[in-house]
Design a protein around this ligand. Structure first.
Ligand SMILES: *Cc1c(COP(=O)(O)O)cnc(C)c1O
Length: 222
């Protein structure tokens, strides 16, 4: 348990260091603590230590853990960082404050219809497949501007962009490319950087880093 608190504080210190190295104000960088696969008992110490922004990659799993935790910590901000099927849109809009994985017009449309229906409008990020990897979700870099236009036409609250760069090679050029796409579209939120590369992402302008294993420890293999 105290491992998590220790890890959390170490990650926050590294964020502060990376921000200073980049000449940035650390307060402009939000840590999204990725709690996927970890149960409520493992998440609670992070909440008690003051962490409020969390990421989950499965709607169903989040539904089993978060309503209970939220009763005790109502100011939590929950991010969906995994793929979203249109048949889970209703639950996703009800549960999440930020949906980071909008990656196709059909999903944008389904989200917009649900937002209209319930009057709850999560902020949305467009996921970009910066490495053009066939196995990865996200819109191709050349299709980003059009996807943003479509999502805005549906009146979704498009706040920014998200990416997962290729596991191999230097992520910095991909991070820089995502920051450029956000800038030219007037988008403030840039979600990039995970346990292995968040300082590099901060150097390229990340406003949100999504850190899981460096806080909660390794996950069981899926
Ligand atoms: C799991 C996950 C993370 C966190 O990964 P770690 O390497 O454990 O920090 C970040 N972003 C996404 C989209 C993820 O699925």
């Amino acid at each position: 348990m105290s491992d998590i608190i220790h890890n959390l504080s170490a990650v926050k210190q590294r964020i502060t260091g990376a921000a200073h190295d980049a000449g940035r104000d650390p307060a402009t960088i939000t840590l999204v603590a990725v709690s996927k696969t970890h149960d409520a008992a493992a998440i609670r110490p992070a909440l008690e230590a003051g962490q409020r922004v969390f990421g989950e990659n499965r709607v169903q799993e989040a539904r089993t853990k978060w309503p209970e935790l939220r009763q005790d910590f109502p100011d939590v901000e929950l991010h969906l960082i995994g793929p979203l099927q249109t048949n889970k849109v209703r639950d996703a809009v009800a549960l999440f404050d930020v949906i980071e994985t909008v990656d196709r017009p059909k999903l944008a449309r389904a989200l917009a219809e649900e937002v209209q229906r319930v009057g709850r409008s999560p902020r949305c990020l467009i996921q970009v497949n910066v490495g053009r990897e066939p196995q990865k979700a996200g819109v191709e870099p050349e299709a980003v501007d059009q996807m943003i236009r479509i999502a805005r036409e549906y009146q979704l609250d498009i706040a920014g962009l998200m990416c997962i760069p290729p596991a191999e090679g230097d992520p910095a050029p991909h991070f820089r490319a995502l920051a450029d796409m956000a800038a030219r579209n007037g988008l403030a939120v840039i979600s990039m950087g995970m346990s292995g590369d968040y300082p590099a992402a901060i150097a390229q302008g990340a406003t949100h880093v999504r850190v899981g294993s460096a806080i909660f420890g390794s996950r069981p293999p899926v």
